[in-house]
Design a protein around this ligand. Sequence first.
Ligand code: FAD
Length: 490
Amino acid sequence: MPSPGITIIGSGFAGLCMAIKLKEAGYHDFVILEKDGDLGGTWRDNTYPGCACDVPSPLYSFSFELNPGWSRLFSPQQEIWDYLRACVDKYGLGPHIRFGAQVSSLEYDDERATWRVSTADGDSFETHAVVSGIGALHVPSLPDIPGRDRFTGTAFHSARWDHSRDLTGARVAVIGTGASAVQFVPVVARQAGRLTVFQRTPPWIQPKPDVEIPERMRRALRTPVAARALRDTIYWLLETRAVGFTIDPRLMKVQRRMAERHLAAQVADPALRAKLTPDYTIGCKRILLSSDYYPALTRENVELVTDRVTEIRERSIVDATGREHEVDVIVYGTGFKVVDALNEQRIIGRNGLKIQDAWRDGVEAYLGVSTAGFPNLFFLLGPNTGLGHTSVVFMIEAQVRYVMDCLRLLSRTGAGAVDVRPGAQRAYNDRLQRRLDRLVWTEGGCTSWYLDEHGKNRTIWPGFTFEYWARTRKVKPEAYELIRPSPARG
Ligand SMILES: Cc1cc2nc3c(=O)[nH]c(=O)nc-3n(C[C@H](O)[C@H](O)[C@H](O)COP(=O)(O)OP(=O)(O)OC[C@H]3O[C@@H](n4cnc5c(N)ncnc54)[C@H](O)[C@@H]3O)c2cc1C
């Protein structure tokens, strides 16, 4: 393919936001490489029954593309996917997307100050800058249980739902009780003959204030002022939830009381309640929202098993007590490979530096966007920019604006590339980790996908989101080295 000035990887919220902002700035020389055959990332892959966002839709959408048509406060997957498609149409992004193009490697050319992008289908081209929007919750994680491959029934991960398998009357097992499982378990419980839910660690769950948005209100939301006011109200309400996360875990008590009351109101049986009561500080793992998960577990045809799964056989699951549960279908609600997804890429930066070597002591970036030694490579939703309390689309927009500012710095100075200075990256991450050390994710007494193998939090932004917004508002030129291509080759 011809050499595009900028290459965007991924067509989820992040990649599309970057593309829209480039176009708005009058920049058309870019390509979006998407490994799948369709756009939408998370909202294309997760088609499980009950799939919806858990941040209200007026905030879980682009600030510059408010949608008055959401049918519910927490919209279902199909609507969010349709919304992303509508954005692609409106901003004319279609011709820029190349489907079935999985980026297999990125190699920086020191002399030309450019990147060579290679895709799995054997294509390879040069580009000036790369923006990675590959998503953090993207690669399904399957548990390492002996005998998993021996199972002869139907088995699938929640992000690869097998809709051809009718669950009506079937004996279904769900392994895992995370954010996806609490959404699909209530639906599966209504269909299955028997449902066994295998829980390793109970999540803290608060009520989900989901409501239909009536037509009258949708009409009112067509007025931009009303739509903006609703969005802003939700933003600030959710930001107050961040107080306990960002200041002191002891302030999470209010959140805990809310979750405990929810459990007590929905589960009368003390034994089941005990099994569902977490023993770690709330917020240490993602707080889930659901008003129908607990009632589903109290149904006659549903059993919650808290004994560890030790083995999977041809047609059954064995737990740590030796009990064998016969099943026809296994659904893995076991989440995603988060830190590994970033770390497993083949990216070679300045002077042959491999990203794995740069991240030997842990995945990190300056502001979550730039990593020293990898000029003009920008990460969207990169290290330590995930959130537990509000919409990541807010973070994506802040990052896209920041990348645009980096590109402006390049055109202003005539430099070929910007590379964050190692000192700036070090100082930023030292401060970040010092802050994280005393917060709930580290102090809360749980293991979670937020932490890497050294127990360091490499995923979450430990502050209010307006702090992040303020820090990424303008690029500090002194934090970056400006690189000029060698005159002979440039
Ligand atoms: C079920 C579910 C519900 C969620 N609900 C919420 C919510 O309510 N609120 C919230 O804030 N967040 C939520 N999230 C997190 C969600 O992932 C983000 O909000 C957001 O969708 C991330 O967008 P993204 O563009 O960064 O990544 P993704 O949506 O994952 O998109 C990444 C894209 O990159 C492509 N890609 C990856 N690698 C390559 C490669 N090598 N080459 C080419 N293409 C590649 C993928 O195919 C994909 O299309 C949810 C996540 C899940 C799984």
